[in-house]
Design a protein around this ligand. Structure first.
Ligand SMILES: NC(=O)c1ccc[n+]([C@@H]2O[C@H](COP(=O)([O-])OP(=O)(O)OC[C@H]3O[C@@H](n4cnc5c(N)ncnc54)[C@H](O)[C@@H]3O)[C@@H](O)[C@H]2O)c1
Length: 366
């Protein structure tokens, strides 16, 4: 659907749970945007959401396909559990509607590929909701790395982590979430490491995944239902001679899995997380410090790069960028073509961990 005659951008929301509220509030802040439909499979939930958020132009639905068929929309936010991102995004794209889907992109690599293929075929926007990209420190990191100041980057290490941050419900079921910490916060860490590098293609991965805490009733109140990993570690080879050492944790007897590091032939960049509480990973807890090292000859030059204050609310910014892309006819701000590689790594980690050996990562033609 093209831009409405009255110039108003009409938005639908699919899945009206926790994060949908943040989407709705962000859309409400943008002038010339109105939410016209909300769907949720739980009867009554979309209506209650509309009332709570005072969405006076919105109609409730229990089936997103009916919403897409009955209400003219420019875009939808997909805020369902991971398992439904695939079907709902494809149905919206096929209906000619642009899509902002929540992270992770999907549950399997094949689903992510199909989503991106549909976006290409329909010519509609498919953008994935990684709001840390709008953190000014993340923007600065990308600019620094892309400037070539580090020379050739040959090794990256990153460890997104929480000390005590295991969710429950749909997040711990393999069929609904796909994976645990890997899907929930690992996809962020991968995006933060790979986006500044232009998303090089992953080739192989050797990984382990464990769930010592989620399955222990001392640590998790739904231990009997806990099917996913709460810890993962992987060595990923990427094109261009780059290696990524990746660690992820929802729970551990440790304050941090260490700094994020980019090692280059001309300089090294170290990024530490802000704070040391239960949510301590970069970016989960924000960026605490950024230091550049040039000290191979013993002259030890360290440059502390001032961390930037957030001048924007990053969640609102991702929603605004989606609306801006619709209005201006721009491509997807966070394109599926990149995030398919993110999903391919998660898929590879799970396969490698299950097999107990290194596996190839093969991404089908998009
Ligand atoms: N970007 C972020 O900061 C952030 C934060 C939290 C969650 N998330 C992501 O958002 C998604 C939703 O998480 P949540 O915490 O809001 O979950 P939630 O369980 O609170 O809400 C999901 C809602 O979707 C509904 N639903 C399920 N299948 C549906 C379908 N086919 N059509 C319509 N509605 C459907 C459920 O009934 C539920 O109301 C997940 O993918 C999660 O990873 C992102």
């Amino acid at each position: 659907m093209a831009k409405a005659v009255d110039g108003v951008i009409r938005i639908g929301i699919i899945g009206s749970g926790g994060i949908a509220k943040a989407h709705a509030r962000a859309y409400k802040e943008i002038e010339g945007v109105t939410i016209v439909a909300v769907s949720d499979v739980v009867p009554g939930k979309a209506g209650a959401f509309i009332d709570e958020l005072e969405l006076s132009d919105a109609t409730p639905f229990t089936d997103h396909r009916e919403a897409l068929a009955q209400v003219a929309m420019h875009g939808v936010s997909v805020c369902t559990p991971n398992v439904a991102h695939h079907r709902t995004s494809i149905d919206a794209l096929e209906a000619g509607v642009n899509v902002l889907t929540e992270k992770p992109m999907a549950v399997t690599l094949q689903q992510a590929v199909e989503m991106e293929q549909t976006a290409r075929r329909t010519g509609k926007i498919l953008t994935i909701g990684f709001q840390p990209r709008y953190d000014p420190n993340m923007v600065m990191l990308k600019e620094l790395i892309q400037s070539g100041a580090l020379g050739k980057i040959y090794y990256v290490e990153t460890g997104g982590c929480r000390r005590r941050g295991m969710p429950g419900g749909t997040f711990i079921r393999t069929d609904l979430a796909g994976a645990g910490a890997l899907a929930d916060i690992g996809c962020y860490s991968l995006d933060m490491a790979l986006n500044p590098l232009g998303y090089p293609k992953p080739l192989t991965v050797s990984a382990v995944a464990t769930n010592h805490f989620g399955t222990n009733p001392t640590y998790h109140r739904e231990a009997d239902k806990f099917q996913v990993e709460d810890f993962g570690s992987a060595l990923i080879r990427l094109e261009g001679g780059l290696t990524l050492n990746f660690k992820i944790s929802w729970a551990m007897h440790m304050d941090t899995l260490g700094a994020t590091m980019f090692l280059g032939t001309d300089a090294g960049l170290k990024v530490t997380s802000a704070g040391s509480g239960p949510w301590s990973g970069v970016w989960d807890g924000g960026v605490g410090s950024v230091t550049m090292y040039h000290d191979l000859h013993g002259s030890h030059v360290e440059t502390h790069i001032p961390v930037k204050q957030h001048t924007v609310k990053i969640f609102a910014e991702k929603v605004k960028d989606f609306v801006g892309a619709i209005q201006e006819g721009r491509p997807a701000p966070i394109p599926g073509s990149q995030i398919v590689r993110n999903q391919a790594i998660i898929d590879g980690i799970l396969r490698s961990a299950a097999l107990g050996r290194e596996v190839d990562i093969e991404i089908p033609e998009l």
